[in-house]
Design a protein around this ligand. Structure first.
Ligand SMILES: [Zn+2]
Length: 66
């Protein structure tokens, strides 16, 4: 299947049977990120986590008790 990277608009072909393809079938197509972008974002996230200025996203289940 063909997918478009949400960050850089690059179109890539991925294997229909790959894990990514299976995940995309259950989620909107716009969640796809190419390898370049996902690597870049992972690095950014790790860097920010190390500086302590970045809070990891937490599920909001704590607020949903009522
Ligand atoms: Zn990209």
């Amino acid at each position: 299947m063909r997918v478009k990277c949400v960050i850089c608009d690059k179109i890539e072909a991925i294997e229909d049977e790959s894990l990514v393809a299976k995940r995309l079938r259950n989620r909107p197509i716009h969640t796809y990120m190419c390898n370049d972008c996902s690597t870049r974002i992972t690095e950014k996230t790790n860097n920010r986590a190390e500086t302590g200025n970045f809070r990891l996203y937490r599920p909001k289940s704590e607020q949903d008790e009522w």
